[in-house]
Design a protein around this ligand. Structure first.
Ligand SMILES: [Zn+2]
Length: 493
């Protein structure tokens, strides 16, 4: 049944008897340093709305990892919103607080509306999260955290507890406790109930201001593997959603990644500066099991990248692609990648990603070299694979391979000062041979990177100077690039 739901969702052919599920995603505070992604799973059947939050504290990984797993669940009634990584800046440094801010001032979970006072949220992030959560009009909010010690063993920490702010919600608290204490085989330290969430916390604010059911779920970091803690979170959340009629406990609790291959959605740019329809079709044919959509400048400028896990910018003309998507589109692509999206460039799409063009996306710290001889011609060239290249391209024991070259970029480390902030890319293959028409020196290509990959913010970038998709025997390379750019379970971890 689960399989059927997922398949249905992706084919968009919805037999009356099968539940149609709509999934969407977007950004809270787009363009801000604290921007973070939300996900919505809408059953399109009337029912409760639940918001699940993780990562309010950046040093409590089980919370945001479990939230990322839970967003793969399907719901059969109502609607589930998940904000897995509420405080992305704290998560990026593994700290409880915002970078460099001590005490309660740096603690996002002290920034929400305080009872008795007139204060609303006291930081931009708290304000942005609050606005989003309130707009979801939730019936229930579950906030996923971790403590350092076991409360039942006398620790001052709230580890292994459920903190429920309103007395009226204790029945639901008990049910979650019962599940987690039974499911976790013979827990040495059972989860215990606690009352009254701290002032300034998200849970207390939603309980008092939105007047809804809200719980803080707390696992314990010390001496327990992450898998156990994330599972405890899934058990507690599944117990509550089951009771709400949104899921079946047994279907959901062990689902960490739902049919991930199928769920990935890749956009292929096919606007001005890209090759024709056949090029897109060729690329799509090499990505079995992945949903592929074509996207153009209007989609990108209207924010449609939020539908995708990765984008492919294919061959054609990098400058023409850049001009068509405009500066605003380029800004959106950069933030898409920074936020965890994948970017795969082929030839022109790789030019587009480089540093030393006004219109370059500057995704990796690489420049285009010998720019004036870009019309150096087409040829079948030989590449040398690096160790990382053999692994990442699935070419064990292979030293060299031939590949079609169509005037793609020659890449070199960027000299631009801004590029220093970007992590160094991994070189997967270099040119062993070169081509040099129209006055170009073929020798200059030798040993320059032909295939590179690297991180950009939370996202990943994979650039092919030549054309794997036009080379017989290399048709698997694009899928491998996507597998690397959009890893399981989440690009952000
Ligand atoms: Zn916490």
């Amino acid at each position: 049944m689960k399989q059927q739901l997922v398949t249905t969702m992706f084919l968009l052919l919805v037999p009356i008897s099968v539940i149609a599920e709509v999934r969407c995603s977007g950004l809270i505070a787009p363009g801000q340093p604290h921007q973070t992604r939300w996900y919505c799973i809408d059953s399109e059947v009337s029912g409760p709305t639940v918001v699940i939050t993780g990562g309010i504290h950046g040093d409590e990984p089980a919370g945001h990892r479990a939230a990322d797993q839970i967003r793969d669940w399907s719901v059969r009634s109502g609607r589930m919103y998940v904000i897995p990584r509420c405080n992305i800046q704290a998560i990026s440094i593994g700290s409880r607080r915002f970078p460099g801010i001590k005490g309660d001032e740096g603690d996002l979970n002290r920034h929400f509306a305080r009872s008795g006072g007139e204060t609303g949220p006291t930081s931009e992030l708290a304000d942005d999260l609050w606005e989003f959560i309130a707009s979801c009009a939730p019936d229930v909010l579950l906030d996923l955290h971790e403590g350092y010690g076991f409360r039942s063993a006398g620790s001052k920490s709230v580890g292994s507890s459920i903190i429920t702010h309103r007395d009226v919600d204790h029945e639901h608290q008990s049910r979650m406790l019962e599940h987690v204490n039974t499911q976790d085989k013979a827990p040495e330290h059972p989860f215990v109930p606690l009352r009254s969430a701290v002032n300034g916390s998200l849970v207390r604010a939603v309980a008092e201001v939105l007047r809804i059911e809200a719980h803080i779920l707390e696992t314990t970091t010390s001496g327990q593997p992450l898998s156990r803690r994330t599972r405890q979170h899934r058990v507690m959340v599944a117990a509550r959603l089951d009771r709400l009629g949104m899921i079946q406990f047994g279907d959901a609790v062990d689902l960490l990644v739902a049919d991930h291959e199928r769920r990935r959605v890749v956009g292929i740019y096919d606007g001005p500066g890209a090759g024709g329809t056949s090029q897109g079709n060729r690329i799509e044919s090499q990505l079995p099991g992945i949903r592929v959509e074509r996207i153009g400048p209007s989609d990108i400028n209207a924010g449609a990248l939020s539908c995708f896990d990765a984008v492919i910018f294919p061959g054609g003309s990098g400058s023409a692609q850049a001009a068509a998507i405009t500066g605003e589109g380029r800004r959106r692509i950069r933030s898409f990648v920074r936020d965890g999206g994948g970017y795969i460039g082929i030839c022109a799409g790789s030019y587009l990603a480089l540093h030393n063009y006004d219109w370059g996306l500057k995704l990796l710290p690489l420049d285009s070299m010998d720019r004036k001889h870009w019309r150096r011609g087409n040829a079948l060239l030989e590449l040398s694979l690096t160790d990382e290249g053999r692994t990442m391209l699935g070419r064990d024991g292979v030293d060299v391979m031939d590949i079609q070259f169509r005037q793609g970029p020659l890449m070199s480390p960027s000299e631009h000062p801004d590029a220093e902030e970007l992590p160094e890319p991994i070189i997967l293959a270099t040119y062993n041979t070169g081509v040099g028409r129209n006055g170009a020196d073929p020798g200059i290509m030798i040993d320059t990177p032909a295939i590179v990959a690297g991180d950009h913010g939370l996202g990943r970038v994979f650039l092919f100077s030549p054309h794997p998709e036009k080379t017989a025997g290399l048709e698997d390379l694009l899928a491998r690039a996507i597998n690397w750019c959009v890893p399981v379970p989440s690009a952000a971890d």
